[in-house]
Design a protein around this ligand. Sequence first.
Ligand SMILES: [Zn+2]
Length: 481
Amino acid sequence: MQNKTVCYRNVDWLVRWNGEAGAHEYVRGGDFAYDGDSIVHVGPGYAGEVAEERAGAGLMIMPGLINLHTHSATMPVLKGIREDMANPSLYMSALYDGWNLFPTPVERKRWNTAYAYGEMLRSGCTTVLDMCYPFPDWLEVADESGIRCYFGGLFQSANWSTTNGHSLDYIWADDGGTAAMAQSMQLIADARAHGSALLDGAVTPMAVDTCTAELIAEAERESQALGAPFQLHVGESMIEFLEMTRRTGLSQMQWLDANDLLLEGMLIGHGIFLDHHSWLHWGTRDDLDILVDIKAVVTHCPVVFSRYGITLESFGLYNDAGVTMTIGTDVFPHNMIEEMRSAAVCGRIADQHMHAVPTTSVFEAATSEAAKALGRDDLGRLAEGAKADFVVVDCKVPEMQPLYDPLRSLIHTAADRAVRDVYVGGIERVRDGVVLSLDMPRIASEVNATQEALTPDASSRHWAKKPLDDIAPRTLPVAET
Ligand SMILES: [Zn+2]
């Protein structure tokens, strides 16, 4: 068989997985080799036969980042609308006013998703757990992009609605959400039957306040039968906490416990408004212990929440308690490097302590800890036998220098400006900062066209029919000309 091994020689900085220590480490001046979709060598002096040699001078090679929480099909069109938008009568959240203002028609969702995947790849993300209502072409878009994708088809028993802007109604489906769940299970089957090793599925009922106990229980049974990750939004908003305590007298985690719905290793989306959060002034302190007991994974999406003035209390507290901390992009931008930076900064502010969240912790959250959450010891690390999902960082760009510590330079300063090439399963998907697999200028113009088409009647979808100029005023007034 023809040798296909590609070897980067004398790479200035390799981020290698030290299996014994169970941690990443820097290797200076080592070789990095991969063959097909797998890594064959990370370290000094690769002696095997090589089909192609590449110079490693001036480079850092690190594992591809893993984004465990995103909603690609719906969020990109909200750029420019949601960043300053808040409802003062719903604890400053724009979730309930905003979620349906710009509903992308199903036939145009593919552009949003392609846009999101392109943005992820461009910023060094190689694996995503994407949660959307299933739509035609989703598998094809992911396959075309070349990103490693876990498809989480969303389903729920109830939809949110507000008719007065200060209270939330739940519109319950007659079937409790079972038909929508069946579609999501079919999506997992389709992903697994697709033939691409990069596509898989996850079981993702929407949220603790929008699903019946029966639906969550059924979803958990499916997840275990399929050996697929299980995700639930919990602790996303003040309103959700207040609704669950009003409905049941229990916090969300306590309610899951009381209904025998705690699943070991479950992914908790956000996990912010749990019983200890300072805004709640709630009398119990059980929820964090529950997370630890069930080895829960919390996926922190700091950028969007920090725009609301909200943060987790706190990344450091959860991490030190033993919760598996991971990171997602949730809305936009789909940039895991910016999320890592915000996770570190917000975590330090929350704890008023600079050592609460070292840069090492957020890098682990976006790589090895996320891989652990997916049950994958072949992702999120550069090690022999792991998948060749890697990022080539150009240490010569001015933003990376001075270069005492390249991960700090990347995460705190340079971000995607230093991401040169990105590989998923040994296939190059970004070269010199350009996404090869997707026509990003075309895709961006299509997403823009969707937003433009939805803008004139956005007001009709607002509970008070407010003009968009009032819901989301532009940063500057547009002058009469
Ligand atoms: Zn979400």
